[in-house]
Design a protein around this ligand. Structure first.
Ligand code: SF4
Ligand code: MG
Length: 336
């Protein structure tokens, strides 16, 4: 499948003024040398604890910020270079749905008007066509046509989130970025929306990027997962591999906190996560996980591990990872 979005060594560093009297600036390294590809039809998850850089990464992907170094390519085009019509077209191709189903809709604007808005911005003029398009999308996301003239006020959280999804879909984007889109909903409603996303994915040939801390949702909805910690990608793998046989001690720790009936290929009780992540103002040398890692070795304080292939499309950034070629087998041991 073709690569639709690609990060090449993307970093984002913020300068934060030090407290009065100290002078100078602190550097917050919010996203650090992130490289991955998102392919057409992926449901790609970016997971991690709060403060791991996933929201910054989302802003970079949506081009709300430009990276301080590295590149983000959309169909081989550096999105930093876009302007004018090219930028408008990119904004049409990639849409986002935000977390908060209550704050994200203007309270005094009717649902129909809210959904017409992106079309007008993208120079749709014909009123009849606009209305047809909006009604079509409303039907697709399960909003009854009667809601056209209604205000968001009377809607349930689930319905509001459907309005947000419809607003993102109305321009027929290729990529939808979901920032904690389901986290305010109860589980029954989450499952309904995941089913809806899967249906829409087929109809619209969509690619999803889910930004989430909810591993159960990711397990259900995503085919590929990037695990982030202190701005860095620690593990990048297909869903099955990540949940059954994670390579990075941090991923194991995250998963061990997740209730499951499924068999795992590691012992969750050996990977409990202790303490808090270090401040992004003060990232340790070597492996940035070493202050919390139960398996840390001497080397980990000196050498920063880079993403290493485990098997085909699965990577982890840890010195314990042995690439298949170096281990002398072809991964047969992993398959038992
Ligand atoms: Fe732990 Fe070392 Fe691996 Fe980092 S590189 S996760 S400290 S074993
Ligand atoms: Mg965040």
């Amino acid at each position: 499948r073709e690569v639709v979005l690609s990060l090449r060594d993307a970093s984002q560093i913020y300068k934060v003024r030090k407290k009065a009297g100290f002078g100078g600036v602190n550097l917050v390294r919010a996203v650090r040398n992130v490289t991955f590809d998102v392919r057409r039809g992926d449901s790609f998850a970016i997971v991690g604890e709060s403060g791991c850089g996933k929201s910054t990464l989302m802003r970079l992907l949506c081009r709300l910020e430009l990276p301080s170094s590295g590149q983000i390519l959309c169909s081989d085009q550096d999105i930093a270079a876009l302007k004018g019509k090219g930028l408008l077209a990119f904004r049409g191709r990639l849409q986002m749905v935000l977390q908060d189903p209550f704050g994200s809709l203007p309270p005094r604007t009717s649902i129909g008007k809210i959904l017409e808005d992106p079309l007008r911005t993208h120079r749709w003029r014909d009123k009849v066509r606009i209305r047809e398009r909006v009604l079509k999308v409303m039907g697709e996301v399960g909003l009854p046509a009667e809601l056209y003239e209604e205000l968001p006020l009377g809607l349930s959280a689930g319905q509001r989130q459907r309005v947000n999804v419809a607003r993102a879909l109305v321009l027929e984007p290729e990529i939808l970025i979901m920032d904690e889109t389901l986290s305010a909903l109860d589980q029954a409603e989450q499952f309904k929306l995941i089913d809806l996303f899967q249906k829409l994915q087929k109809e619209y040939d969509l690619t999803y990027i889910f930004i989430s801390h909810d591993l159960a949702m990711v397990r259900k909805a995503c085919n590929r997962v990037a695990v982030m910690y202190l701005g860095e990608v620690f593990e990048l793998a297909d869903n099955e591999r990540l949940f059954f046989d994670p390579g990075h001690p941090y991923t194991k720790a995250l998963l061990s906190a997740m209730p499951t009936l499924e068999q795992r290929r590691y012992r969750p009780e050996e990977c409990l996560l202790e303490g808090e992540p270090p401040s992004p103002l003060d990232i340790p040398d070597g492996c940035s996980f070493r202050s919390r890692c139960p398996q840390a070795m001497n080397k980990c304080s000196r050498v920063q591990p880079s993403l290493t292939v485990r098997e085909r499309q699965d990577f982890a950034a840890c010195h314990l990872i042995v690439p298949p070629a170096a281990s002398g087998d072809t991964g047969a041991a992993h398959r038992t």
